[in-house]
Design a protein around this ligand. Structure first.
Ligand SMILES: NC(=O)c1ccc[n+]([C@@H]2O[C@H](COP(=O)([O-])OP(=O)(O)OC[C@H]3O[C@@H](n4cnc5c(N)ncnc54)[C@H](OP(=O)(O)O)[C@@H]3O)[C@@H](O)[C@H]2O)c1
Length: 239
């Protein structure tokens, strides 16, 4: 039986992916800060779900909590990082920016590094991170969010380059969603907003195929391509 850990499984994409994994025969370990959400998720499937409350910002506890979950699961094949935050902050309040950096950069790096060291040791495994199409270019509304997602995209490529040298059994998937209908996707002017179940199913399909990079939903790959080539003079009209 396959074993997976989902970081940030209390809501949105992480929760939906957790349900899909269990439905597809995985035993899973789930984390997040909201304990009551973890308890209710386990309530759906007592045998197959283990949980541990975890704040990714607390790098002193991440490793021991992840090790504890692996011990309970009896191994690990797949690590999905879906924990993330983003906030509008044109006024550049530093505590807001710092909170995003602590979660999306420090927290992400701490979990991803732990997972890759584990996979290197055992010779196989699959790291999946939910970054964002936002990481492709800068944005004035939420500068730290886009920049943190750019960090994740670049870092994942570095991890994949390392993994390629470690052998054929270690995979890294960078998932770049457009808008998905979760607590995070708020505000006006949103378009092509995907139902969370559809997004999670497409992510699951992509990870089964060990895709390196995938846009969710598929049509967001067009926007991803456009963002990479449009000049700054156009970007300033939209960002
Ligand atoms: N929704 C979109 O349109 C969209 C688009 C592109 C990318 N994404 C990315 O997708 C990922 C999942 O977001 P979502 O849309 O599913 O939003 P969500 O429903 O708000 O889920 C965010 C998850 O992250 C967890 N989290 C946040 N801060 C945490 C912390 N300090 N420690 C541990 N867990 C933490 C939350 O759990 P707790 O609050 O319980 O800790 C929750 O489970 C994020 O990385 C986001 O940037 C979303």
């Amino acid at each position: 039986m396959k074993k997976a850990i989902v970081i940030g499984a209390t809501s949105g994409i992480g929760r939906s992916l957790s349900e899909i994994l269990v439905h597809n025969g995985y035993t899973i370990g789930v984390t997040g800060r909201r304990l009551e959400r973890l308890v209710s998720l386990k309530g759906n499937d007592q045998e197959k779900i283990h949980y541990c409350q975890m704040d990714v910002q607390d790098s002193t506890t991440v490793e021991s909590i992840c090790n504890k979950l692996v011990h309970e699961l009896g191994g690990l094949d797949l690590l999905i990082i879906s924990a993330g935050i983003g906030q509008e902050n044109r006024s550049l309040d530093f505590s807001t920016e710092n909170n995003v950096i602590e979660t999306n950069i420090r927290g992400f790096t701490c979990v991803a590094d732990w997972g890759m060291r584990y996979f290197k040791e055992q010779g196989h495994g699959h790291l999946v991170n939910i970054s964002s199409i936002a990481g492709v270019r800068g944005n004035g509304v939420a500068p730290s969010y886009n920049a943190s997602k750019a960090f994740q995209i670049n870092y994942l490529e570095g991890l994949r380059l390392n993994a390629d040298k470690w052998g054929a059994g270690i995979h890294v998937t960078d998932v770049r969603p457009g808008y998905v209908d979760t607590d995070m996707a708020k505000g006006d002017g949103l378009f092509w907003v995907a139902p969370v179940e559809l997004a999670a199913q497409q992510i699951f399909n992509a990870l089964k195929r060990k895709k390196k990079v995938v846009y969710i939903t598929k049509r967001w790959s067009i926007i991803g391509l456009l963002l990479q080539i449009i000049p700054y003079s156009i970007l300033r009209k939209i960002g």
